[in-house]
Design a protein around this ligand. Structure first.
Ligand code: HEM
Length: 496
């Protein structure tokens, strides 16, 4: 038998036998697992369609509710084409995130890698992830927040709010997106708001984003295909900017691009994916969080009032010391604001669940999680769990205060929360994930929200111009863009 005949006839049979053996071994092995209860649904599709059905963002949705009441907080399913363990259990979620790289590993669907790039931080694991993370953390460090970003955040807030006319209807979600996009574009590539190149990039980015959150169908005309085209236009743009820098020998520009060109050994392809993924990570999540805060505050006038009083005090002190721009000490005074931010993130759940896979067989609370299975820690389910958060569906920023002064629904009367349940609340609060992949931009996100709220509540009052509410698709979005009617409020201590 010639080599060719051998390859054509014998090798495939050997491979087929190996495959059958592997599948049988796997199946017999599975039989001995004590899997959590659940339903594997239809072949291949599993229960994906039910899982992804849109629902109100302040709930866990009917699908999840039914599954938890039928099977408990840990159940098995078949999602995104893979056998999956879904966890609404606070303890298991923490266990999964803390054991990243040892028992579990980040595992986003392949389509995410296709669109964000194979070097995107969301899909990288191991040493390469660590290297990219160090760069991002360095760039988003507390020191940079104090020295650079606070001023930039305030400047970009004012740029957006100054265009709001009295008695006009504003699309709050778009305005928040404008703010976070301009901020990130400046911080990452020194792009100035309003310039034609920034606006062109923004346009491409909108198409790109629609594809990131759409079904990954790469056919002509689909949102996914258009997003892949926008991705390459955006990458060409970043590449041009990079080359201009190298040619002009000004790699030390004080932005992320300048920093990586000067301080890292990353390849061109790696830099492009890093820049794109930071733009994505830093823009969408923060803007939706700001829109959610605007939404929750209009539904809770006493929270709005308390927030405004806090910011009037800060503005008053600044006026007395003849300062105009916010500084770090002012930010540290925003205590109730931090409660509003935490409550917004808890109730709105911008990132609802994370994608992981088991690296080996893991046993938890008597259940087996087989090696290779997908694992979805659902952080939203923990934040909305009535056994962990009192009346979890209510917007109650006071729950985050040391001395609980009651919720807006009880109009200031004290609630039954104990110190123990408050500290357990903090422990179960994970809007930014946890473990070695904890959000690199969490401090920047909180700063953005606080500074935006500062100028918003000082200068405006608002109400819904049309009914709208946030839905989980599962990405969180206001279907009508959150239209609000804004009215100027008298700011007794204007700073500029
Ligand atoms: C309220 C706003 C935000 C929320 C709720 C949020 C949430 C998250 C979550 C849950 C993760 C973990 C993903 C996982 O473990 O699979 C994450 C990762 C990340 N976030 Fe954020 N994020 C926000 C804002 C930002 C901002 C402003 C930036 C700045 C650029 C940023 C940069 C990142 C990066 C780079 C990662 C990857 C970290 C790593 O893999 O080591 N995020 N974010």
């Amino acid at each position: 038998m010639s080599d060719l005949e051998f390859s054509l006839l014998v090798l495939p049979s050997i491979l087929a036998s190996l495959l059958i053996f592997h599948l049988l071994a796997k199946r017999s092995k599975q039989k001995s697992y004590h899997l959590p209860p659940g339903n594997m649904g239809w072949p291949f599709l599993g229960e994906t369609i039910g899982y992804l059905k849109p629902y109100k963002a302040t709930t866990i949705g009917q699908f999840m509710e039914e599954h938890i009441s039928k099977y408990g907080k840990i159940y098995r399913s078949n999602l995104f084409g893979e056998p999956t363990i879904v966890s609404a259990d606070a303890g298991l979620n923490k266990f999964i995130l803390r054991n990243e790289g040892r028992l579990f590993e980040c595992s986003y669907p392949r389509s995410i890698g296709g669109i964000l790039g194979k070097w995107s931080m969301l899909v990288l694991v191991g040493d390469m992830h660590r290297d990219m993370r160090i760069i991002s953390l360095n760039f988003l460090s507390n020191a940079r927040l104090r020295t650079h970003l606070l001023q930039e955040v305030e400047k970009h807030t004012l740029l957006v709010l100054e265009c709001w006319k009295n008695n006009s209807v504003i699309c709050a979600q778009d305005e928040a997106k404008k703010f976070t996009f301009n901020l990130m574009a400046k911080h990452i590539m020194s792009l100035d708001p309003g310039k034609p190149e920034t606006e062109q990039l923004k346009k491409e980015y909108i198409t790109f984003m629609k594809g990131v959150v759409s079904a990954p169908l790469n056919f002509p005309g689909t949102a996914y295909r258009k997003a892949l085209q926008s991705r390459s236009i955006i990458l060409q743009f970043i590449e041009r900017r990079m080359e201009e820098r190298i040619k002009a020998k000004c790699e030390d520009e004080d932005d992320l691009l300048g920093w990586v060109l000067k301080n890292s050994n990353l390849s061109k392809e790696q830099i492009l994916d890093l820049v794109l993924s930071l733009l994505f990570a830093g823009h969408e999540t923060s803007s939706v969080s700001i829109a959610l805060a605007i939404y929750f505050l209009q539904s809770c006038p006493i929270a709005f009032q308390e927030l405004r009083e806090e910011h009037i005090e800060i503005a008053k002190a600044k006026k007395q010391s003849q300062e105009t721009e916010l500084n770090w000490d002012d930010y540290k005074k925003m205590e109730f604001t931090q409660c509003v931010i935490s409550e917004t993130l808890r109730l709105g759940n911008v990132v609802r669940f994370l994608h992981r896979k088991a690296l080996r067989d893991v046993r938890y609370k008597g259940y087996d999680i087989p090696c290779g299975w997908k694992v979805l820690p659902v952080i939203a389910a923990v934040h909305l769990d009535p056994s962990l958060f009192d009346q979890p569906q209510q917007f109650n920023p006071w729950r985050w205060q040391d001395m609980n002064r009651g919720s807006c629904y009880t109009n200031g009367s004290s609630s039954s929360s104990t110190t123990a349940s408050r500290s357990s609340s903090n422990n179960n609060f994970m809007p930014f994930g946890g473990g070695p992949r904890l959000c690199a931009g969490s401090e920047l996100a909180k700063l953005e929200m606080a500074v935006f709220l500062h100028h918003l509540v000082l200068n405006f009052h608002w109400e819904l111009a049309d009914s709208d509410q946030a839905f989980a698709f599962p990405f969180v979005d206001f279907p009508k863009g959150l239209p609000i009617l804004v009215q100027h409020k008298h700011n007794p201590f204007p700073t500029s």
